[in-house]
Design a protein around this ligand. Structure first.
Ligand SMILES: Nc1ncnc2c1ncn2[C@@H]1O[C@H](COP(=O)(O)OP(=O)(O)O)[C@@H](O)[C@H]1O
Ligand SMILES: [Mg+2]
Length: 361
């Protein structure tokens, strides 16, 4: 069993900063899990406690079913890749990949064949004799990955490995990395601040905020059923309005918010008088002719009247920012063929009650 287990991990640095506050996680064998959150939320610290570069203040770290507290990094069966690659500059590519095998005293013949195998895996066999500065950024990152994987670690830890690559190369490497991970079936924990990267690459996503795990779930789950206003806002684009529930009738809650009374069917266990955050995604809004939206099961939706203040063409979609009552702005995404509204136009926005989520504040 080559999984990772975190049980109630807290990390306080000398000086008193509590970077990680009582987090728990089970990464299963072969799983690809991504830790995502804003800068400074504790992602790197979490990863470094798993690698053994930091001791935990409280809690238990387990790798492959064994307790790792107090075990030094070189005695943990991990491979690690960092944002800055950290290749040895005066060693060739082959020597870089061989390094982890040499410190483990593997036989020369085995090392040679393993280096060749790793170069095949990352599709760079022709670079064996070059030094890192003769490689592009993307190639260096592949070699860093090959070096981490060469000793056949039980788990792979990746700290923002693609952050310094430009967008196109980053997307290519995301696909590459996932291909290699699946081919090897290696248990992987990736750290990134890029929510799109987290959603597209992972079996499960951990959304981290201020030292805590706000939500752990499949990408679809984190996106469509966020556990908190923070998650809704951080993952994808969301409209969030705070308000108070004024009534709950026939499975529809009415929430008094600044710009409108918002209707939501997400109201099991919600009492009138409760303060909530209403969340809805731009793609669930339609820029319409003002007819009240209905969604069959859920009763009436919500209609906003407003004025287009921003129109952004983003390829297959147009993103509209619509100024509505109460000095608020609603973001709506429309397919190009759905509307040709322009900046300054008066429009109606409709959102079905079934697409409005209610979150506790
Ligand atoms: N060695 C350290 N000593 C003291 N504080 C640190 C140290 N490393 C990180 N921190 C603090 O811990 C918090 C989390 O940092 P980090 O884990 O690097 O976050 P992230 O990787 O999500 O950006 C930040 O407030 C950071 O300033
Ligand atoms: Mg970091």
């Amino acid at each position: 069993m080559s999984g990772i287990v975190l049980e109630g991990i807290t990390k306080r640095y000398p000086g008193g900063v509590e970077a990680v506050s009582g987090v728990s996680l089970d990464v299963e064998e072969g799983e690809f899990v991504t830790l995502v959150g804003p800068s400074g939320c504790g992602k790197t610290t979490t990863l470094r406690t798993i690698a053994g570069f930091e001791d935990v203040t409280e809690g238990i770290v387990g790798i492959s079913g064994e307790r790792m507290n107090g075990v030094p990094p070189d005695k943990r069966d991990i491979g690690m890749v960092f944002q800055d690659f950290a290749l040895f500059p005066h060693k060739t590519v082959a020597e870089n990949i061989a390094y982890g095998l040499e410190v483990r005293d593997r036989e020369k013949e085995y090392i040679e064949s393993r280096v060749e195998e790793m170069l095949e895996l990352v599709e760079l066999p022709e670079t064996a004799d070059r030094e890192p500065d003769q490689l592009s950024g993307g190639q260096q990152q592949r070699i860093a990955l090959a070096r981490a994987l060469a000793p056949e670690p039980d788990v792979l830890l990746l700290d923002e490995p693609l952050a310094s690559l430009d967008k196109k190369l980053r997307e290519t490497m995301q696909v590459e990395l996932r291909r290699i991970q699946q081919q090897l079936g290696i248990t992987t924990l990736l750290v990134t601040h890029n929510q799109k990267e987290a959603l597209t690459m992972s079996d499960r996503v951990v959304v981290m905020n201020d030292g805590r795990f706000e939500q752990v779930g499949a990408p679809e789950e984190v996106y469509s059923d966020p556990a908190s206003p923070f998650v809704a806002d951080f993952v994808g684009t969301a409209n969030l309005f705070e308000g108070t529930v004024s009534s709950v009738e026939d499975g529809v809650a009415a929430v008094e918010c600044g710009p409108a009374t918002l209707n939501s069917t997400d109201c099991a266990d919600i009492e009138p008088g409760t303060d909530v955050t209403v969340v809805f995604r731009p793609e669930h809004l339609s820029l319409g002719d003002g007819a009240v939206a209905t969604d069959g099961a859920g009763g009436p939706g919500t209609v906003f009247d407003g004025t287009v203040s921003v129109r952004r063409y983003v390829g297959d979609q147009i993103e509209y920012h619509v100024d509505v009552a109460g000095d608020e702005t609603v973001i709506a995404a429309q397919r190009v063929e759905e509307t040709n509204a322009r900046v300054g136009d008066s429009v109606n926005l409709q959102v079905p009650a079934t697409n409005c989520l209610l979150l506790n504040q």
